[in-house]
Design a protein around this ligand. Structure first.
Ligand code: PGA
Length: 242
């Protein structure tokens, strides 16, 4: 595992953007796994800058996002479809047909999950998977559970996740309670996984995930089993990891 401990959120984001750009420069038709949430926002800004400065080209890149709320249409400004267009896709030259996110507006969970997993298998493997981490150790929306999930699946969000995500909604009752997410198995198939963490609030869960026992109760702890993980955090987030 490679660990980059950067001074702050800005430095963390620059490093993450450089790694993503390097991946695409080394392999222009890379398959990227992308994440939403507040953590990667500045990374995406830095990628847009690298693109506008002519340092990276996304024409042949394929992207898979980790997850999407069930019940939200693509146009909903809280959907992850909207987030990705707004924060990244609309500002770089990626082909929209090459961007994949589970269809939250489709309530047929079995169909959505099977179709998404098949797409990953057909177009993958994912070369570089970007991850954030939830306060409870979730990756994608794979919440703490008795088992690690394997494939793309429908999850019921925990209270901790709903509370954490309510900051993006006008009213906590508007936060969807279910989501489609790539499974832990789908994530672990990526050739390289890069997890980003920023801020003191993530320090405990980062230490538990990377120094603690491997357990589905801390979903990110499975990353200890992956041969090619890059952990990029700021000093606050990595403060409890020696
Ligand atoms: P955050 O969310 O980046 O907004 O902290 C991360 C996550 O829940 O996976």
């Amino acid at each position: 595992m490679i660990i980059y401990k950067l001074k702050d959120y800005a430095e963390m984001s620059k490093k993450a953007a450089l790694i993503i750009a390097s991946q695409v420069n080394l392999k222009p038709n890379s398959v990227l796994g992308l994440a939403t949430g507040s953590t990667p926002v500045e990374t995406y800004k830095q990628i847009i800058k690298l693109y506008k400065d002519g340092n990276v080209d996304f024409e042949k890149v394929v992207a898979f996002n980790l997850d999407e709320y069930k019940g939200l249409k693509k146009e909903n400004d809280q959907s992850y479809h909207y987030f990705m267009r707004d924060n990244l896709f609309n500002h770089i030259n990626i082909n929209p047909n090459n961007t994949h996110i589970p269809d939250g507006s489709n309530m047929d969970a079995k169909h959505v999950c099977e179709e998404y997993e098949n797409k990953i298998n057909n177009l993958g493997p994912i070369d570089l998977q970007v991850l954030g981490i939830g306060l409870n150790g979730h990756i994608g929306f794979n919440e703490p559970d008795e088992h690690f999930t394997s494939k793309t699946n429908l999850v019921k969000l925990t209270k901790s996740t709903i509370d954490a995500n309510s900051r993006f909604f006008d009213n906590i009752n508007d936060v969807p309670t279910e989501a489609y997410t790539m499974g832990i198995g789908s994530i672990m198939k990526a050739k390289c996984i890069m997890l980003l963490a920023s801020g003191e609030s993530k320090a405990d869960i980062i230490a538990q995930s990377f120094k603690g026992k491997i357990t589905p109760l801390v979903p990110a702890s499975i990353l200890q089993m992956h041969p090619n993980v890059i952990l990029i955090g700021d000093e606050a987030a990595l403060s409890k990891l020696n």
